[in-house]
Design a protein around this ligand. Structure first.
Ligand code: MG
Length: 378
């Protein structure tokens, strides 16, 4: 039996008919011979893990910068939490875990330094040149910017991984219906950040536990925890509630999607593509999550300290953008060449977007601080 036959036989046993089976992949843009022992999505996952953009996620902020401590999530640890939640849901629903993991590990590859603050700054810089979005940037990275193989640019990932990322870009307008594996990753992203952003904010003392316990979502989770453990000290209660929040959301996702799939009318990937979204929390839980997200927006994402760092990061990136456009000879050779194809502004933004928070700060101080007529950031 060939590796492909072995993988197909295993997946026929383990995966549901509505899952994406490796044997049915539409393949890669640049033709490659099959691997002697790895399936296509396993190979995609490995390519992502070995990419430079993936490693750099460790030095890119999620919500809080490295200046604020070392307890909170980075873009890399967030990515791992998403992959962990998504695999749990995917296994319970008998979906393709290799594809899920590839999609999860790639989902935030396109984040520039300084999170959404950096994204907004680059979007502003590229206003006349098509704008900037981290979801689109992830595709540019895996299709063009990574240089790992002599035969082709990018990582030459399977069509289904590229398509899954593409469905993140324009959720309504693209007309693309995500595979169940991509739906799971999307839902897992929300489970992860809704839970860990509150945890990080508590640790940084931007919020108190009492305030969170007033929110209906946290209140209900705490009620469940007390029913199970009785009274707990504050720190234990906090940790137990965080676990309960993940369990609750994951259980709800599996339960709801499982019941929908048990109806038996989705028996192939093409039927999934024609159907409404299957994976999502029930409307009542979704409402509680929206309430929490609104609270986090006002109290955490718009906290004065977060806003101060946001403004500093944005002016730094904007100055660097202007600086590199004015002096393209400061760009690495590969980005000078890329400017011939995609234009100088886009190539500068691609270079800036690839930087870690630390490297951006270092290059700013080395090349631009104070020399462009603007005061260096506080
Ligand atoms: Mg994410």
């Amino acid at each position: 039996m060939s590796a492909a036959e072995l993988i197909a036989a295993r997946e026929r046993v383990l995966l549901a008919p509505y899952a994406m089976h490796s044997a049915d992949t539409a393949g890669r843009k640049h033709l490659e011979p099959p691997h002697p022992y790895r399936g296509p999505f396993q190979r995609d996952r490995d390519r992502i893990v070995h990419s430079a953009a993936y490693r750099r996620l460790s030095a890119k902020m999620q919500v809080f910068t490295g200046e604020m401590g070392d307890y909170h999530r980075t873009r890399l640890t967030h990515t791992h939490e998403v992959a962990s939640v998504a695999r749990t849901v995917g296994r319970a629903l008998r979906l393709n875990e290799d594809l899920i993991e590839a999609l999860a590990l790639a989902h935030d590859l396109g984040h520039p330094p300084f999170g959404h603050a950096g994204e907004d700054a680059l979007d502003e810089c590229l206003r006349a040149d098509g704008g900037f979005s981290h979801n689109r940037q992830a595709l540019a990275i895996v299709e063009e910017l990574e240089r790992r193989y002599p035969e082709f640019p990018g990582l030459n990932l399977s069509f289904e991984v590229l398509e899954g990322q593409a469905t993140r870009i324009d959720k309504r307008g693209s007309g693309l219906r995500p595979l169940l594996e991509a739906q799971v990753v999307e839902a897992a992203d929300s489970v992860a950040y809704d839970t860990h952003d509150a945890d990080d904010a508590l640790e940084l003392q931007l919020l108190s536990l009492d305030e969170l316990l007033e929110l209906p979502l946290w209140n209900e989770a705490a009620r469940r925890v007390r029913r199970r453990y009785g009274a707990l000290a504050e720190e234990e209660l906090k940790r137990a509630v965080l676990h309960e929040l993940i369990d609750w959301q994951v259980g709800d996702l599996i339960d709801r999607a499982g019941r929908r799939l048990a109806a038996g009318d989705l028996n192939s990937v093409s039927e999934v593509r024609a159907a409404e979204t299957v994976v999502g929390v029930n409307p009542e839980l979704a409402e509680l999550k929206r309430h929490l997200e609104q609270f986090l927006y006002e109290r955490v994402y718009r906290h004065p300290e977060v806003l101060r760092l946001r403004a500093k990061a944005q002016s730094m990136l904007a100055e660097m953008f202007v600086g590199y456009v004015a002096r393209p000879e400061l760009l690495p050779k590969s980005f000078q060449q890329r400017a011939q194809n995609v234009g100088l502004p886009r190539s500068v933004a691609d270079y800036l977007a690839g930087m870690t928070d630390r490297y951006a700060q270092q290059e700013y101080s080395r090349l631009f601080a104070g020399i462009l007529g603007a005061a260096p950031p506080r």
